[in-house]
Design a binder for this molecule. Structure first.
Ligand code: NZQ
Ligand code: ZN
Length: 396
């Protein structure tokens, strides 16, 4: 096991943390670009509380509102321009993963003269990797992506029908204020998809790792079991603060880097494929995941059977005849898919009205954006175009 771990984000966790926003922001400057989404935080009072805390601390606010789910590069350009025009010295994201991702790229774009789309990996010859960004504070209002405590951002380009990511050290938020109370207004479907997203972040590392990583395996299993226990409670009663608290922490832990460190993860194929499908259909990120992940698992179990047997045994308590018991591995995947359905996630493209016509295009596009030196999609079992098509077809 060889690895290097860095996560410099200060985490301030707990109900009521929002009231400390001004205290932390004032450490980084006096003029904040506050980035928000389509209005949920204005309807539920979070926005007013955030602004009051900032103003009380002497921080002026310049807003970039209206960041859309599957945030677009056009919003990033708009936010960066607002930051520049007003001499903002920091960026504060108050919203879901879309708002946080857009904010991170705005923070780097504000200090970059070129087009921010150059920073998003989309198969271009020369990628601009920024080394500086305005200080970022994240205030997640939806537990899902883990964007609040990592250095990744996923952005869509509507014009070119591409959705892809950037990931670099200067995007780590300085502070993440994790206040689970802010997630109590998230509707049932988004709560369920958040649970699915966070579990998928963990399964990507778990099933694509090198193996023989007992500590990481148990971290991952702990996050999955916790999400499966508290997720349904948060869905049943959105005001259940204990459930919201555990789900928020699970979402952050899932992609903070810690669970994956040392697991030797060889890629996130389910995410890479989903991003391409999202680029064509503008679907909720985790709807795509809940459809693709079980299908990908059945594909991957053919070559990594023992890990799927371990998953079936430890997550669902299924009996196995031995480490290569394929029947047990597949039963574990079936049980996982049943769990997703039980919390209201869709698990077939047909349920979304997506037919198979563009499957070949999704596979080609995924590989164009992300591939190894043999032209395969990185994963523990690297995937060819035909493999991606097989997985997507099985999810129709
Ligand atoms: O825009 P508003 O009005 O705020 O409404 C949002 C949006 O409609 C709503 N919402 C958020 N907080 C709420 C709320 N509604 C009621 N009460 C609240 N407290 O939820 C809807 C979805 O929001 P969005 O931010 O799009 O969801 P999510 O957090 O799932 O983020 C998804 C985006 O993150 C990317 C995805 O690809 C997608 O673009 N990802 C980012 C990652 C990262 N940076 O690490 C990793 C992920 O794998 C993912 O790819
Ligand atoms: Zn995700």
């Amino acid at each position: 096991m060889k690895f290097e771990f860095l996560n410099p984000t200060r985490i301030v966790f707990g109900a009521g943390s929002l009231s400390r926003l001004g205290e932390f922001a004032s450490r980084y400057g006096k003029r904040a670009l506050v980035v928000t989404g389509g209005g949920s935080i204005k309807r539920n009072g979070t926005f007013d509380r955030a602004i009051k805390s900032l103003k009380d601390a002497g921080v002026s606010v310049y807003e970039c509102a209206g960041v859309e789910p599957n945030p677009r590069i056009t919003s990033v350009r708009r936010g960066a321009e607002t930051a520049r025009q007003n001499g903002c010295d920091m960026v504060i994201a108050v919203g879901g993963g879309s708002v946080m991702d857009a904010s991170k790229v705005m923070a780097a774009a504000a200090l970059y003269d070129g087009d921010p789309w150059n920073m998003i990996l989309h198969g271009q010859e020369k990628v601009h990797v920024p080394t500086e960004a305005l200080p970022i504070t994240t205030v997640p209002t939806l537990a899902a992506t883990g964007s609040e405590t990592n250095c990744g951002a996923v952005i869509s380009n509507e014009e070119t029908q591409e959705k892809s990511f950037m990931m670099t050290e200067c995007l780590y938020p300085k502070v993440a204020l994790l206040d689970p109370e802010l997630t109590m207004s998230v509707p049932k479907d988004q709560t369920a998809y958040g649970v699915c997203d966070l579990i998928t972040h963990v399964t990507e590392g778990y099933f694509n790792g090198t193996g023989n990583t007992p500590i990481q395996d148990r971290f991952a299993e702990g996050v999955i079991l916790t999400a499966m226990e508290y997720g349904p409670k948060a869905i049943a009663d959105g005001r259940d603060l204990d459930a919201r608290t555990q789900v928020q922490w699970a979402a952050s832990v899932a992609l903070i880097g810690w669970v994956q460190s040392g697991a030797g993860s060889m890629g996130s194929p389910v995410h890479m494929i989903e991003h391409t499908v999202s680029a064509y259909h503008d679907i909720t990120h985790a709807t795509g995941l809940s459809i693709i992940n079980p299908s990908w698992m059945r594909f991957a179990a053919k070559t990594n059977t023992s890990k799927f047997v371990q998953f079936a045994e430890r997550i669902f308590g299924l009996p196995a005849k031995g480490p290569e018991d394929m029947e047990c591995a597949l039963s574990g995947i079936d049980r996982f898919e049943e769990f997703l359905k039980s919390i209201g996630c869709l698990t077939r493209f047909s349920e979304l009205g997506i037919d198979g016509k563009l499957i070949g295009t999704y596979a080609k596009e995924t590989l164009r954006i992300m591939h190894d030196d043999k032209g395969m999609l990185q994963a523990r079992t690297p995937m060819s175009e035909a493999d991606i098509v097989e997985v997507l077809k099985a999810a129709l």
